[in-house]
Design a protein around this ligand. Structure first.
Ligand code: AHR
Length: 613
């Protein structure tokens, strides 16, 4: 029985309570939300990004053409270009199965070209069955200049190829094909079906751009002189301005990021869907397995200044240095930034907190109305989490971001998590949470848990589920809210739960009590996942028992490895009774195919990290 007291007043629920978390993971940006159809448009892919890449990844040259990195480049931040000989062609394979075009729709082609003696570029779209649009010809002559053409697709295909043929020698860069029909028809815009799925949630906020993406990479080489260096940490200033001047970077998740979807586009998306933008900036401490604190006072000052500049970019008048840049990009009005998060899921609480306090002091001095959000590290990190929370409480931090990924059972059993949180301490931003899976049972467990968030809306002020997107062919992390390929997208069960809560945000909690509710015990079918950040590792003697010691799964790898499947690539094989992984570019999860149980597991596994994080 449920007893409701309509006269009692529970916590007020903010309109912004439920939001989304966008991380450029699982190729969520390039080949995903960012509508560009050409993969590796600026020939910048590198083995630094992924061991399988070359500067010609996704391209095929017919005739003579090579990628060149010399002083003839388009600009200092765009290192490579393609030098194509007379009579040669170059063809791009797009993402997933190819370039997706829809009959009757318009597609805008553009290219930067240098052809001192002049050339005619013939641009065509085709698949194995023939032409997908009438070919276009573009005359190019002289130094670097941008050339454009528009196609109207005559057929629908997800297997298209874009070909550029040159009659004479030419240098090409930034070969681009964009659907005209982007979300809200914005230039350099977003793929409509994916953006519409975000908009349909009516999220209160958008947390971006990560995740581990933010607090990883080399912080040390962040200097003007190394503006085009790879594997640097994510810096918002790298992601604004003309797209041909945004130096691509090696993404922490094992691929190349073009930054075509950058801070301006994130702010614009937030505005377009009526959500509060919530950026995360690095705090000079690396996390996500890297776990290093950078000791460099000058560098710290620069990062802090960058954060102040970011606030000016978002909110400053058009007469300010960074407000002017925003206006030049097409948005003279401010983006109304009110919250900013410093650091992501930090594992070194003391070192992080020392830096956080400097960020907070500088922001408070210049922008006292901005809420500066701190971190607690991942919830399963034991003393890290406790130390971080204590530091945050002692320093009277406004809001703390905490993260957890757990079994559905855990979510069912922890509905009361926030009932006992200190009402006088920092508010909670639950920036990432999910049960391990995208099945119905996961959504159900999360829905049950979210009633506990809502009941505690006086403490839990903001909550966003795990990453928004996963391209089904490039998965580093799951669960995710929405899945897609180059032509379709589909929602998870978890998405429907999030939508239910986000589109029905109440004003106030009405206190209620329930009696006779069923006990939250009993098995739920599932699988065992072992997650690793190592590049090369070996596993042996995996044993999983329930809490009473009853065996649920065991594998000594004396036979084959048919119990296991993987995400994250690399190669896996049984060698001398061990399960050996090599060449894993990003986080990898090996998952047993067995029908074991989500329950209180005891897991025993022998693992040797041979290299990597
Ligand atoms: O959501 C994927 C990753 O999980 C995020 O990058 C990180 O913050 C967390 O560990």
């Amino acid at each position: 029985a449920i007893t409701v007291d309509p006269t009692a007043k529970g916590a007020k629920i903010d309109d912004t309570m439920y939001g989304v978390f966008f991380e450029d993971i699982n190729r969520a940006a390039d080949g995903g939300l960012y509508a560009e159809l050409v993969q590796n448009r600026s020939f910048e892919y590198s083995t630094d990004d992924n061991r399988s890449y070359t500067p010609l990844t996704s391209w095929t040259v017919d005739g003579t053409g090579q990628v060149v990195n010399d002083d003839g480049r388009l600009n200092a931040r765009n290192r490579n270009y393609l030098s194509l000989a007379a009579g040669s062609t170059v063809t791009n394979a797009g993402y997933n199965t190819g370039v997706h075009v829809e009959e009757g729709k318009k597609y805008d082609f553009s290219v930067w070209a240098r052809a001192e003696s002049g050339t005619t570029l013939t641009v065509s779209l085709q698949d194995a069955d023939g032409s997908l649009a009438t070919a276009r010809q573009v005359a190019a002559k002289g130094g670097w200049a941008k050339y454009k053409a528009t196609f109207t697709a005559t057929r629908t295909s997800s297997n298209g190829r874009l070909t550029v043929a040159s009659s004479a020698a030419a240098a090409l860069d930034m070969v681009s094909l964009f659907p005209r029909d982007t979300y809200k028809h914005q230039a350099n815009g977003l793929r409509k079906d994916l953006a519409e799925k975000i908009a349909a949630l009516h999220p209160g906020f958008v947390r971006f751009p990560g995740g581990c993406l933010v607090n990883t990479g080399s912080m040390e080489d962040y200097s003007e002189a190394s503006d085009w260096q790879r594997k640097r940490s994510y810096q918002w200033k790298d992601t604004i301005g003309p797209v041909e001047e945004r130096a691509t970077n090696s993404n922490f998740w094992g691929y190349n990021q073009s930054y075509g979807l950058g801070y301006y586009e994130y702010f614009r998306l937030s505005e377009d869907i009526g959500a509060m933008p919530l950026p995360v900036v690095p705090a000079l401490v690396t996390g996500c397995g890297q776990n290093q604190a950078v000791d460099d006072e000058a560098l710290l000052k620069r990062h802090i200044q960058d954060t102040l500049d970011l606030i000016e970019f978002a909110n400053g008048p058009v007469t300010s240095t960074w407000g002017k840049k925003r206006a030049r990009m097409g948005h003279p009005k401010p983006f109304h930034l009110t919250h900013i998060e410093v650091g992501n899921e930090e594992n070194l609480p003391v070192e992080f907190f020392a830096r956080f306090k400097e960020f907070r002091a500088a922001i408070a001095a210049k922008y006292p109305d901005i809420t500066v959000i701190s971190n607690s590290g991942p919830d399963d990190a034991g003393s890290v989490f406790d130390t971080a929370w204590q530091l945050n409480k002692d320093a009277k931090v406004d809001m703390v971001d905490e993260h957890y990924y757990n079994s559905p059972q855990w979510f069912l059993q922890n509905n009361d998590r926030y009932d006992s949180y200190d009402r006088s301490g920092p508010k909670v931003f639950l920036g990432e949470y999910a049960s391990w899976g995208n099945a119905f049972k996961n959504g159900l467990a999360e829905a049950a848990f979210m009633t506990g968030l809502e009941r505690n809306a006086d403490v839990v002020k903001l909550a966003s589920y795990a990453p928004l997107f996963a391209n089904e062919d490039y998965v580093q992390w799951q669960p995710d809210l929405v899945w897609f390929n180059n032509h379709a997208s589909w929602n998870s069960a978890n998405y429907e739960v999030q939508k239910l809560f986000m589109t029905n945000v109440g004003d106030r909690v009405v206190p209620s009590t329930a009696t006779g509710t069923p006990a939250l015990t009993g098995p739920i079918a599932g699988a065992v996942g072992l997650s690793t950040w190592a590049t090369t590792a070996a596993y042996d003697d995996v044993k999983v028992t329930d809490a009473d010691g009853n065996p649920l799964l065991s594998d000594d790898f004396s036979g084959d490895a048919s119990k296991w499947t993987h995400t994250g690539g690399g190669s896996w094989s049984v060698q001398d009774g061990q399960y050996v992984q090599t060449d894993v570019a990003a986080e990898n999860t090996m998952v047993s195919a067995g029908d074991t149980k989500w329950h209180d597991y005891d897991l025993h596994v022998k693992a040797t990290k041979k290299s990597g994080k």
